[in-house]
Design a protein around this ligand. Structure first.
Ligand code: AHR
Length: 321
């Protein structure tokens, strides 16, 4: 009788142990994340890619990474291939805002959760993605607008703005424009006299600014560049055209990269509105939470600020990108 009880107890302990081992194994199963990046158009993007890759490594997440070279069709192809590979989670930074319903519906039907990072999308069905992690681009545009209002508060104007837009149809290009307009629309002294896309690249910013300088020359009071790379390209174009950036023309930029800070220290960018690319750690936390079945907020907004050129020298040593 005693012997039978001992045997039964042993069997019970054995069962419990193998269940625990099974549980541990399930916990250890590595998560696979498919990430579809926009491209490598800017210093911001390079820093963002490094952040995502590093954070995945640190979190023990198996990362499948693709670069869409700023083309939506490439991103759609990458997402389809992640669906076919049955990854656990898909994350992407959408090149543009529209046109995502079909591919995201495919992901939804395959029960693969989608996380948006950096840029938002324009879809009716909000269930097509779990959460969106990134900056508030509208607020960034407002911040730039408020800086302009303050800077020109004692100037009767007119203040002519030449705008270097980011990628056509992208969330940061749309919102940095709208955010600025929201602030200056009731102040008739501000006028956008030229607006064109430089596709968020240095070469694009330079090319567009060359054309602006030829057409408008000294009429331009402000260059409103949607990112630092385009601002740096515009600075080159202005200098070649005999215009002093930061003095003859106030340069307003976005991102606050090290390159932007160096230009502020050189007196060539007047204000840089921060946009942080260091989204990797937050993304990996969200990926783990989604896999664990946790509920996530629909929007996770990055904390950011504004840097006028007067603080650049003091802040640059602490900049991480
Ligand atoms: O989506 C973020 C924007 O894209 C950054 O401002 C820009 O530099 C990048 O290319």
């Amino acid at each position: 009788m005693e012997h039978t009880r001992r045997l039964a107890l042993r069997a019970l302990i054995g069962g419990v142990l193998s269940l625990a081992a099974l549980g541990a194994h399930a916990q250890e199963k590595q998560i696979t994340l498919g990430f579809a990046q926009v491209g490598a158009e800017s210093a911001w993007r390079t820093a963002n890619t490094v952040s995502v890759k590093q954070a995945a490594k640190e979190a023990g997440i198996n990362l499948k990474f693709s670069d869409a070279q700023q083309k939506q069709e490439n991103q759609i192809k990458a997402i389809r291939s992640y669906i076919a590979q049955k990854v656990d989670v898909i994350a992407f930074s959408p090149v543009v805002e529209s046109g995502w319903e079909p591919v995201l519906t495919e992901a939804k039907n395959a029960h693969i959760p989608v996380i948006l990072t950096d840029r938002s999308i324009d879809v009716k069905d909000q269930s097509l993605y779990v959460t969106m992690i990134g900056s508030d681009f509208m607020e960034e545009g407002r911040r730039a607008g408020r800086w302009l209002e303050e800077h020109y508060k004692n100037d009767a104007g007119p203040i002519n703005i030449a705008e270097l837009q980011g990628t056509v149809g992208s969330a940061p290009a749309n919102d940095r424009h709208s955010g600025l307009m929201e602030i200056i629309k009731n102040d008739p002294k501000f006028k956008i006299i030229a607006s064109q896309s430089g596709d968020f690249t240095l070469a694009g910013g330079k090319q567009v600014m060359e054309a602006f300088a030829k057409t408008y020359g000294k009429q331009i009071n402000v260059v409103y560049a949607h990112n630092d790379d385009m601002a740096l390209g515009a600075i080159q174009a202005m200098e070649e055209a005999g215009i002093k950036p930061g003095k003859d023309v106030n340069v307003v930029s976005f991102d606050a990269t090290k390159g932007g800070f160096e230009a502020m220290i050189a007196g060539k960018i007047n204000v840089d509105v921060e946009c942080s690319p260091l989204l990797g750690p937050q993304l990996m936390t969200a990926v783990k939470d989604v896999v664990a079945g946790k509920q996530l907020p629909k929007r996770i907004v990055t904390n950011e600020t504004v840097f006028p050129m007067s603080v650049a020298a003091q802040i640059l040593p602490q900049r991480k990108y």
